[in-house]
Design a protein around this ligand. Structure first.
Ligand code: GLU
Length: 272
């Protein structure tokens, strides 16, 4: 009898050691993506230039999407699949932490707070916060914001940033960019703040009624996020970004998405 109990106990601990008790994020992400030949990416669907659903063919399009496809090709080869799960500014990190996606590529700024819970790749895009205003607005730069109402987005870092750069501004946070733009157009706020690239995309969709002003007032390096303790996958992503940047593909993508945007100095974004 004792022998049977011992055997069961041994079997049980062997099972635990071989992985039956592992959580989603303990499993090797690199092995998983290799065995399914697919990387599941969290992306956003409402950011022209970075990641926007094209209603004509229902496909996500933009710089982040092309980077995700290029990284997938580097890691899995030409037949590797990049699958996209739509996220919002608020849901990007929870989707990763819950194991719904393998990685996030969604204009996500590398910040020390976020780096405590997820792992970031090397920076792959250098954005900065800026302002979007109605053409007739008297707001010219961040110095004009005190006493004004500034619109931000729930789940992004604009709200904290405005509190630092214009402590006397009132900040209202909207659920998504669609709501934020409607609020700005109906003058519920004096300016909308987010990253310059995102704002240029919104201005381009506004038929000339909105414009980006005041240059950038923060540094927003974007990183690709993977779960912590996934070193092999993390390294594979960094190697892929490196290769894409060195091969010239990165600069081609910058030109493709930002080359025609009036007022945006896309050459500053080039990998040199
Ligand atoms: N880069 C900013 C952030 O990560 C804003 C991006 C966004 O709203 O998606 O918070």
């Amino acid at each position: 009898m004792k022998k049977i109990i011992w055997t069961i106990a041994l079997l049980f601990s062997a099972l635990m050691l071989t992985g039956c008790g592992k959580s989603v994020t303990d499993q090797s992400a690199l092995k998983n993506v290799r065995s399914s030949n697919t990387i599941n990416w969290a992306v956003e669907g409402d950011k022209k230039l970075f990641s926007l659903i094209d209603i004509r063919d229902d496909q996500e399009k933009g710089f982040d999407i092309d980077m995700a496809k290029a990284i997938t090709r580097e890691i899995l080869g030409p037949k590797g699949q990049a699958r996209f799960t739509l996220a919002t500014s608020q849901s990007r990190i929870p989707l990763l932490k819950n194991g719904n996606v393998d990685a996030v590529i969604a204009t996500l700024t590398i910040t020390p707070e976020r780096a405590k819970i997820i792992s970031f790749s090397k920076p792959y895009f250098r954005a900065g916060k800026s302002l979007l205003v109605n053409k007739d607005s008297d707001v010219k730069s961040v110095r004009d914001l005190n006493g004004k109402t500034v619109i931000g987005i729930v789940g992004d870092n604009s709200v904290e940033v405005i509190k630092k750069v214009a402590p006397k501004a009132k900040v209202v946070a909207m659920q998504d960019y669609g709501q934020a733009v409607s609020a700005l157009k109906s003058h519920q706020g004096d300016a909308l703040t987010s990253d310059n690239g995102i704002l240029y995309g919104l201005a381009a969709q506004s038929a000339g009624s909105l414009e980006v002003r005041g240059g950038t007032f923060t540094k927003e390096p974007y990183g690709i996020a993977v779960n912590q303790n996934q070193e092999p996958f993390h390294r594979a992503i960094n190697r892929a970004v490196d290769k894409i940047q060195r091969s010239g593909e990165y600069n081609r993508l910058i030109k493709k998405w930002f080359g025609q945007v009036p007022g945006f100095n896309y050459k500053e974004m080039y990998y040199k």
